[in-house]
Design a protein around this ligand. Structure first.
Ligand SMILES: NC(=O)c1ccc[n+]([C@@H]2O[C@H](COP(=O)([O-])OP(=O)(O)OC[C@H]3O[C@@H](n4cnc5c(N)ncnc54)[C@H](OP(=O)(O)O)[C@@H]3O)[C@@H](O)[C@H]2O)c1
Length: 268
């Protein structure tokens, strides 16, 4: 399978590297207007170019990884080369309706990964367009599987998904940063605090995933009467941790909706 990744930025590069690692993929062409900055990606399987048309024309599947603001120009550039092909968009805020009207001959999938794609551990939500063939479903799952897990969602949830798991690594990084600062306050060396914070986060998340239990059940199981954990929880409740996170995801969803609306209103 030959794949074009149009827009070799942060997420495009992560996706390109991981799909190229699959034996099912024979060739990956990554584009940027300034391809020099990703020359380091070049290998036996990965080529780098600024020629979107050539990249799209030579590939079986096209992945769109530019910012929404660059989408209109890119879509019109590759319209004919993308015709008859499966096109997977990673772009926030650009709807399937919009993608299908810009690429009328293509079969579209809209997705929202996150930056954990870099290490093959993204969670990617996807919604299928109206023209997919049965084999496109398998191809999509295979490609998304190269850089993590994937889950199908109705398209109307995409802005909320963007706000939770698309932006989520930034929130989690802040939580870890806070734990490191807290560790410093109580006398832990920085490196040790970072190790403890990151391993506690991944261990807790893995346990929830593997045991399928509710987070509240896990919290209760480690909270003893008059113990250390309840003293910490009391302060987190006073600081409105939950409300802050709920407000953050709600604000990010509204921001995603605003951007999406702007693109919907633009003439094609
Ligand atoms: N980063 C994330 O965590 C994340 C997660 C989920 C989804 N996304 C989505 O992925 C998309 C890219 O995000 P990003 O964070 O990777 O942004 P980014 O780092 O800015 O990457 C976008 C890349 O697109 C290239 N580009 C722009 N116009 C182009 C064109 N006409 N032809 C070829 N390449 C072009 C830019 O390079 P040049 O300027 O050199 O052309 C840039 O490197 C966005 O739509 C975003 O919503 C990102």
């Amino acid at each position: 399978m030959k794949i074009a990744v149009l827009g070799g930025g942060k997420i495009g590069e992560a996706v390109a590297r991981n799909v190229a690692a699959s034996p099912r993929v024979s060739n990956v062409i990554v584009t940027r207007r300034n391809p020099k900055s990703i020359k380091r990606l070049e290998s036996k399987k990965i080529q780098v170019t600024s020629d979107n048309r050539r990249a799209a024309g030579r590939s079986d599947v096209i992945i769109l990884a530019v910012k929404a603001g660059d989408a209109k120009q890119l879509l019109s550039e590759v319209k004919s080369q993308a015709s008859g092909k499966l096109v997977i968009s990673l772009m926030a805020a650009v709807s399937i309706r919009r993608l299908e009207s810009a690429l009328p001959g293509s079969r579209l999938v809209r997705t929202m990964p996150n930056i954990a794609a870099t290490i093959g551990q993204a969670i990617t939500a996807y919604s299928f367009g109206s023209k997919l063939r049965p084999e496109d479903v398998e191809t999509t799952k295979f490609i998304l599987g190269c850089f993590g897990e994937s889950i199908e969602v109705p398209e109307n949830l995409m802005n909320a998904v963007t706000a939770l798991s698309g932006s989520g690594p930034a929130y989690i990084a802040m939580v870890i940063e806070s734990l490191v600062s807290a560790g410093l306050m109580v006398g832990l060396p920085r490196e040790l605090a970072l190790k403890l914070a990151t391993k506690t986060l991944t261990g807790t998340a893995n346990m929830l995933n593997q045991h399928g239990i509710h987070p509240a059940e896990l919290r209760d199981s480690v909270t003893t009467p008059a113990g250390t954990t309840i003293a910490g929880i009391y302060e987190l409740e006073k600081g409105s941790l939950r409300t802050s996170i709920m407000n953050a995801v709600e604000a990010a969803t509204k921001a995603a909706e605003r951007v999406a609306k702007r693109f919907e209103e633009e003439p094609t």
